[in-house]
Design a protein around this ligand. Structure first.
Ligand code: EPU
Length: 339
């Protein structure tokens, strides 16, 4: 295992922000991962860098990149995928094979191993619906764990992996040969009738592109982490209270309460699409995405995030929570951004 020193992290993140890592290595097997763990340095696992904000000072520890590759199909519809596979290549190859279950998750950046951690979801699907097993290595002991979906503690944009000190090394999905089912109203409107798998993939990518949620080198909104905040889930009484003053507020039933639309709240709190604050701003295509326009700093981005959180809280009494991982910041720097 080869160690590199003082490696700039900004080019490895979609925000293109942040300082260097003290050291970095790429692991392609669980054995190599255990060797990295044995160095006993503070460790951070970097996937596609598409859900990450790195502090301007960088990270004073070891950044481990996951380079394991491989997709194996068993019994026609059970698919074992190594953590380092790019997520969208995996989705494309499943659509190609006629396997249903992840097509609505087309066009999402990042690596397969990251998807169970925040239970990645879009357009009516989330990975918790198709995952049957997650394999991980415990960073404290080096032991391998295999978990069923129930044991992973999946919820909206959440799983137990956020708290466990483990590295996901393999994810197994159970897909199917049945026709795709569309559950997201916007997608149903775009694809009436009984669409083929490939049409679903193409349409999802088109919708994502219209919201600058596909990384495209020609898009001015490209330096982002997709949604910067999760959609807040509030008690029904709170949602009713807001709806009394804002009858057009979008609301969605959720197991844990009522899910509100963070993008809508942000716009109605006065933070319009296209707002600029120096070198950062709000995407001109989607109020939920913060973007870096180049030449900016991670602190500028956090200042904007703080302003958005404060505006939404002042107007609606709802606290937004950031979706990306914030790496290398002090608690002073994340005050007003993290709860
Ligand atoms: N809306 C606004 N203004 C905006 C954007 C949205 O008012 O600028 C309102 C509209 O009423 C719209 C509703 O919000 O109908 C929902 O918007 P959208 O369909 O774009 O979905 P979202 O809730 O904003 C979530 C995910 C996205 C995912 C889409 C589609 C979260 C945090 N975000 O966004 O995921 O692609 O649904 O399923 O749950 C990501 O996590 O990075 C991400 C891009």
């Amino acid at each position: 295992m080869e160690l590199q020193h003082h490696v700039p992290l900004a080019p490895l993140t979609t925000f293109e922000l942040g300082g260097p890592a003290r050291a970095m290595c790429t692991v392609t097997s669980e054995t190599a991962l255990r060797e990295a763990i044995a160095l006993k340095m503070p460790m951070f696992v970097l996937g596609g860098g598409s859900n990450l904000v790195v502090s301007d000072r960088g990270f004073d520890g070891l950044v481990v990149r996951i380079g394991s590759r491989g997709i194996r199909v068993h019994d026609d519809d059970c698919v074992e995928v190594e953590a380092g596979e790019p997520w969208d290549d995996f989705v494309a190859s499943m659509v190609e094979r006629g396997l249903t279950g992840v097509e609505c998750l087309s066009g999402i950046p990042g690596l397969v191993g990251a998807t169970p951690i925040q239970n990645v979801g879009a357009y009516g699907q989330e990975v918790a619906q198709t995952i049957v097993r997650v394999r991980s290595v415990d960073v404290a002991t080096g032991e391998v764990r295999e978990r069923t979906p129930e044991e992973c503690g999946f919820r909206y944009r959440h799983s137990g992996f956020k708290a466990w000190n483990e590295v996901v090394t393999r994810v197994t999905f159970r897909l199917s040969r049945s026709a795709p089912v569309l559950r997201y109203a916007e997608l149903q409107r775009a694809l009436p009738g009984a669409p083929a798998l490939r049409e679903v993939r193409d349409t999802v990518i088109k919708l994502r592109r219209s919201k600058s949620m596909v990384i495209d080198p020609h898009d001015d909104n490209r330096r982002s982490a997709g949604s910067f905040f999760t959609n807040p889930i509030v008690a029904a009484a709170k949602a009713d209270e807001i709806a009394a003053s804002f009858p057009d507020m979008p609301r969605f039933a959720d197991d844990a309460g009522v899910k509100l639309s963070a993008g809508w709240l942000i716009e109605r709190a006065g933070m319009a699409k296209g707002t600029r604050r120096g070198n950062v701003g709000i995407s001109s295509k989607h109020a939920l995405a913060l973007v870096h326009h180049g030449g900016g700093s991670a602190l500028e981005l956090l200042a904007l995030a703080r302003e958005v959180v404060a505006a939404v809280h002042a107007k609606f009494g709802v606290t937004l929570r950031p979706e990306p991982v914030l790496l290398g910041f002090t608690s002073d720097e994340t005050r007003g951004v993290l709860p």
